[in-house]
Design a protein around this ligand. Structure first.
Ligand code: NAG
Ligand code: NAG
Ligand code: NAG
Ligand code: NAG
Ligand code: NAG
Ligand code: NAG
Ligand code: NAG
Length: 351
């Protein structure tokens, strides 16, 4: 196996990070949009550093003592809403997450990663770093993408998509709404963040306007950054693999025909934790927390994916094992049940 990685490093001049982070917490907190609120409005699934809490300020890379990410210098937090299955009897159950099978490496089995997400920091596209200098985010940086208030197709944005998984390795065939038919292996939720920065503000009142998106999604080459947001940052993207198979026998599309004219004869039973069954309101949050200049060091390198370091194999970035990733966790601050069969989505109807 080792020779193939050496060839990869020698043969390519691209730089891109793709790595797994196991789940660090699943609870109703949102230090970015609702700082200090215990609980926040809806349930999130969070990965990354264990400094995650209701309030987070300053340089997150210098806080906390462990991270669930394969790169052990990355104490950032990454999160999305949690997905629930709505049974026709009215009860809800959280959908489990399975890890990306492509993230393992020599003796480190990707199947052992506990839930979590795949995180990307790419430069020009999936397989090229282009010729531009990529500027890493500064300490304190944060942003969101998408908006839970979006309820129509018109409000959706490139790069916020779903893939109906025929197998665990299905990619492409992206839709802006949750798949209306059963997906044999589950549903992949994809979030591409904006990658053009105003160069000044680490945050903004709406957590979005300090950034500008020229992404086309799918790791395609983005349009140039505008003069208002001239600094090209890494293209951050998340993939979350929701394992819907345990619920396959509990619903049929024809059970719930909603009689609208959208060509979908039934309503699918998966909802985001903010009660969105269409999926147009999909959104994600990012709080930068790489230690020191580690992210810039990686962006300056010519490594790619496993070549930058993988669980158990050091590269330009320091790594940790899957067991070490899984051992890091944040105890819930919010005292409520978010697992098992629930009568309502936590927080709904609004308290
Ligand atoms: C999170 O914040 C709460 C309330 O401010 C505090 O009691 C708790 O110790 C904090 N948890 C961590 C892991 O820092
Ligand atoms: C709905 O079905 C699930 C799965 O069989 C069951 O555990 C749950 O108690 C049911 N809820 C109600 C309200 O009957
Ligand atoms: C990884 O673990 C899974 C589940 O335990 C197992 O089926 C698979 O064979 C393992 N893969 C490798 C490469 O060891
Ligand atoms: C779509 O959204 C744009 C901008 O938000 C708005 O100007 C336009 O009227 C909308 N179109 C439709 C068909 O709703
Ligand atoms: C998905 O869930 C099913 C049923 O709960 C389980 O048997 C299967 O191993 C899970 N798939 C993955 C890829 O983890
Ligand atoms: C919905 O029903 C119509 C009429 O029965 C049928 O032509 C169409 O293919 C169905 N659409 C889906 C997505 O099943
Ligand atoms: C990254 O590259 C830039 C431009 O060549 C250089 O100024 C900077 O010092 C480098 N940073 C690191 C951490 O390697």
């Amino acid at each position: 196996m080792k020779w193939s990685v050496l060839l990869l490093q020698a043969g390519l001049s691209q730089a891109a990070l793709r790595f797994g982070c196991s789940s660090v917490s699943i609870q109703r907190l949102d230090p970015l949009v609702e700082p200090g609120n215990i609980p926040s409005s809806h349930v999130h699934q969070i990965v990354g550093g264990n400094a995650f809490n209701a309030t987070m300020t300053g340089d997150i890379g210098e806080k906390g003592s462990c991270t669930t990410c394969a790169y052990s210098e990355d104490f950032s937090n990454y999160w999305t809403a949690a997905m629930y299955f709505k049974h026709k009897n009215g009860s809800y159950h959280r959908v489990p997450i399975f890890p990306n099978a492509q993230l393992g490496y020599e003796g480190q089995n990707a199947s052992d990663i506990k839930g979590g997400m795949t995180v990307y920091y790419t430069q020009e596209s999936f397989d090229s770093n282009g010729a531009q200098h990529i500027t890493a985010f500064p300490p304190g940086f944060r942003m969101t993408v998408g908006n839970p208030g979006v309820t129509s197709l018109n409000g959706t944005r490139p790069g916020l998509r779903y893939t109906c998984l025929q197998t665990i390795l299905t990619r492409g065939s992206e839709t802006p709404d949750l798949p209306s038919r059963p997906c044999p292996a589950g549903i992949m939720a994809i979030h591409h963040f904006p990658a053009c920065w105003d160069g000044k503000n680490v945050d903004s009142p709406d957590h979005q306007s300090h950034m500008f998106s020229t992404t086309k999604g799918g790791f395609r080459v983005a349009d140039p950054c505008p003069a208002s947001h001239p600094i090209r940052t890494p293209q951050v993207a998340y993939e979350t693999l929701w394992n819907t198979t345990a619920f396959a026998d509990m619903w049929r599309p024809e059970d719930n025909d909603d009689d609208d004219d959208d060509g979908n004869n039934g309503s699918q039973p998966f909802v985001w934790s903010y009660n969105d069954a269409k999926g147009y309101g999909t959104h994600a949050d990012y709080v930068f927390g790489w230690k020191g200049d580690s992210l810039q060091r990686a962006m300056n390198d010519s490594c790619m994916f496993h070549g930058c370091g993988s669980p158990g194999m050091q590269g330009v970035l320091k790594t940790q094992t899957v067991a070490e990733m899984n051992a890091c966790a944040v105890k819930s601050t919010v005292d409520e049940e978010v697992e098992g069969w629930l009568d309502e989505l936590p927080g709904y109807p609004m308290e």
